[in-house]
Design a protein around this ligand. Structure first.
Ligand code: PLP
Length: 221
């Protein structure tokens, strides 16, 4: 068995046990296998195993790998996780099924235009900057309601919210905050939890876990 397959199976087991321990009977989070920097050689075994959700953080890299892979594996859903520049939106809309990193109005407008033009159904998460970190992307929590309403008036299909908690702080504090915020907006999906904290994220109702190194191994670039 390929190491990416056995890693995924191990993670699925841990998730199942966590859900059992917490008696979260309604919880069934999706695992996004974050394949950024990894090649087809590591990705194809997971596709063969039947895994369908994959994440990338760069538009060019995603197109290079996934145009071919998606034509061979029709059930794949590709998730854009990284910062999206408006000048890349045209390409992003061609290859991605989900975008987790909507963080400004200019981008929202551009996405709305391209999605309409290409008649796509792309599911979108609003990225929230919960740590108040100047260098990090995301909408401030105090702005989230008005931003969400602007997105709705653009007819964007906003399915949930996403966060990347600050380093070196307890992620649970931020997972809880995002979960509360998401409920206030009455949205179904919550994108949070990575290799080091996905089990914590489950506790706060994460529905999409973004797991890279835990599945593919350490990234060298
Ligand atoms: C790379 C990345 C991940 C995966 O990180 P790991 O720690 O390798 O699991 C998750 N989310 C985003 C936004 C990323 O860029």
């Amino acid at each position: 068995m390929h190491h990416t397959q056995s890693n995924l199976i191990e993670i699925q087991k841990k998730i199942k046990n966590k859900i059992k321990d917490l008696s979260l009977s309604n919880s069934n989070p999706n695992i996004i296998a974050v394949s950024k920097t990894f090649t087809e050689e590591d990705i194809i075994p997971l596709l063969d195993y039947g895994h369908n959700d994959f994440g990338e953080n760069k538009v060019q890299e995603a197109k290079k790998k996934w145009i071919q892979l998606k034509s061979n594996f029709k059930n794949v859903k590709l998730h854009m996780l990284g910062k999206l520049q408006t000048n890349k939106v045209k390409h992003a809309v061609e290859i991605f099924d989900y975008i987790h990193s909507l963080d400004n109005l200019k981008l929202a407008n551009k996405l709305a235009d391209e999605i309409k033009k290409k008649n796509k159904d792309i599911k979108i998460f609003i990225q929230v900057n919960l740590g108040g970190e100047k260098q990090k992307s995301g909408i401030e929590p105090t702005e989230i309601l008005s931003f969400y309403n602007s997105c709705r008036s653009l007819d964007l299909n906003i399915v949930g919210t996403m966060c990347i908690p600050p380093d070196n702080q307890d992620p649970k504090f931020f997972f809880k905050k995002l979960s509360v915020l998401n409920q206030k907006l009455n949205l179904a999906e919550v994108s949070m939890g990575m290799t080091n904290d996905y089990l914590d994220a489950i506790e706060y109702n994460a529905t999409f876990l973004r797991i890279g190194s835990g599945i593919f191994g350490k990234r060298t670039s």
